[in-house]
Write a protein that binds this ligand. Structure first.
Ligand code: V55
Ligand code: FE
Length: 474
């Protein structure tokens, strides 16, 4: 008999959903503009079985992918678990076999040596397949239409290491997928490999470098000419720490923070390290360069934002939390060993996104989530006017990462819609709100109402209808 632990991470809006859904035509309040043709894919952690250990971090659930297919003014829904090796082994056993988050020492001996991939952090289409990504593992490929799992994906044998970041970017001008893997010579190794995947889906360039210390290398920025990594001390506890029962990471408040920059298609030894005092950064909105000046726009905070990866021996506290969209700038032509930092908006927020067609290039518009303290909001940052427009969501309906949909192939930057999932805390049913992207303050123009509860997701992406076609591999 299945019983989930009585914990907030498994209750209310965070309750497991564990269901795979097919609904051809969802109920909509308001109108879905006829011109929208494509799919909004998202993925989150939805435990197939109750965890083996109750003291765990929320990231340790099986990847559940949802697809909202927009066409002819209608919206269809499909959701599927990613059939990872881990999911299949546990499904056959009828119980959890893998232990705590990134701690192989807590696994059932039955699965010793098996890959621990959850494929639960981000999904995007590249070279005809939907990639379900998680940073400690290779991608898992799925069919973009049926959501059938194709299998572990190593870019036709060319993935240069054992891992692939969940925050790979697509260069919209060249169609290259730009990625990296950390812990690239094994758990807790300081090695990172940055790589470029051609539009045909093969790694055609790789460059290796070493971090000053092992840490959670979660996201990065890609510009036309450079890749830039925020390196902050969410440090690893090592195998001794794991065996002592610590979570995989622990914040070190006494370490510096870095911005590392490498020329695209460059060599590892061309990397430059720019530093600043201890601070936290996680998700990147966008990056671009003006000549040798590299701008990395990210959500930066004076304190660590992961409550469960707190400093060893110190409880986490939200005191001093000031997470704001911030521009880190480093000049590759200068001799300076520090980067500049400038706040771009006063809005306290995370989960930053932009109009993906302007990834890697100068841009104007960004959207993010405000969910700190009692806030539950969507923010639109206009980097030209310096203004941030806000839609305050009902406090009882926690909202998730926004995603931009262009109005059409030739639309100017920001001309389109924002799609954003939320859960109604009164019913636990999921809904999807659609906004005019640059007029979010007036509220949603349409609300898509689901008759089911879907577990909140982490990240997702929009795919134009022309990309939503069978992979031919299933
Ligand atoms: C994050 C999510 C993860 C993870 C590390 O910042 C970082 C989010 C869903 O898993 O393993
Ligand atoms: Fe992330």
């Amino acid at each position: 008999m299945v019983k989930f632990p009585d914990l907030p991470m498994f209750a209310g809006v965070n309750a497991p959903s564990r269901i795979e859904v097919d609904i051809a035509d969802l109920e909509v309040e308001g109108d879905i503009p006829d011109g929208i043709d494509g799919a909004f894919y998202r993925v989150g952690a939805d435990h197939q079985f109750p965890p083996r250990f109750v003291n765990d971090v929320p990231f340790n659930g099986d990847g559940m992918v949802t697809m909202f297919r927009f066409q002819d003014g209608r919206v269809g829904l499909k959701s599927r678990y990613v059939r990872t090796d881990r999911w299949k082994a546990e499904n056959a056993a009828g119980r959890a076999l893998f232990g705590r988050y990134r701690n192989k020492w807590t696994d059932d001996p039955l699965v010793e040596g098996m890959n621990r991939n959850l494929a639960n952090t981000n999904v995007l289409i590249h070279a005809g397949v939907l990639l379900a990504l998680r940073e400690d593992s290779p991608p898992v490929a799925m069919d973009p239409v049926s959501l059938q799992t194709i299998g572990n994906w190593d870019f036709h044998g060319t993935l240069p290491g054992p891992t692939c970041s969940a925050h790979c970017k697509i260069d919209p001008e060249t169609g290259y997928l730009v990625g990296f893997g950390f812990a690239a010579k094994g758990d807790f190794s300081r090695d990172v490999v940055y790589f470029e995947v051609s539009p045909e889906g093969r790694v055609v360039h790789a460059a290796w470098f070493e971090l000053p210390f092992y840490e959670m290398q979660h996201d990065f920025g890609v510009t036309r000419d450079y890749v830039a990594f925020p390196v902050v001390p969410i440090k690893g506890v090592g195998d001794e720490g794991l065996k002592a029962g610590h979570p995989h990471y622990a914040w070190d408040p006494n370490e510096e923070s870095f911005m590392a920059v490498l020329p695209r298609f460059g060599r590892g030894d061309q990397i430059r390290w720019f530093r600043n005092p201890n601070q936290f950064a996680s998700h990147v909105m966008n990056a671009f360069n003006e000549g040798s000046k590299v701008h990395l726009d990210l959500c930066r905070s004076s304190i660590n934002l992961f409550p469960f990866f707190h400093e060893i021996g110190q409880p986490w506290s939200p005191k001093g939390m000031d997470v704001r969209l911030t521009r880190w700038t480093a000049d590759m032509a200068s001799n300076s060993d520090s980067f500049e930092s400038r706040t771009l908006s006063e809005f306290l927020g995370e989960f930053p996104r932009n109009d993906d067609r302007f990834q890697t290039r100068p841009y104007r518009h960004g959207w993010m989530l405000g969910f700190f303290g009692t806030r539950n909001a969507l923010g639109h940052v206009d980097l030209k006017t310096g203004q941030t427009e806000v839609w305050e969501a009902p406090p009882t309906k926690p909202v998730q990462e926004p995603c931009f949909i262009p109005r059409g192939p030739g639309a100017t930057e920001g001309d389109g819609w924002i799609i954003q999932a939320a859960t109604d805390g009164a019913t636990n049913l999921t809904e999807l709100n659609l906004f005019e992207a640059t007029q979010i303050a007036k509220g949603p123009i349409a609300a898509i109402r689901l008759p089911v509860h879907l577990k909140p997701a982490y990240h997702g992406s929009w795919a134009d209808g022309s990309l939503v076609k069978p992979s031919g591999l299933v």
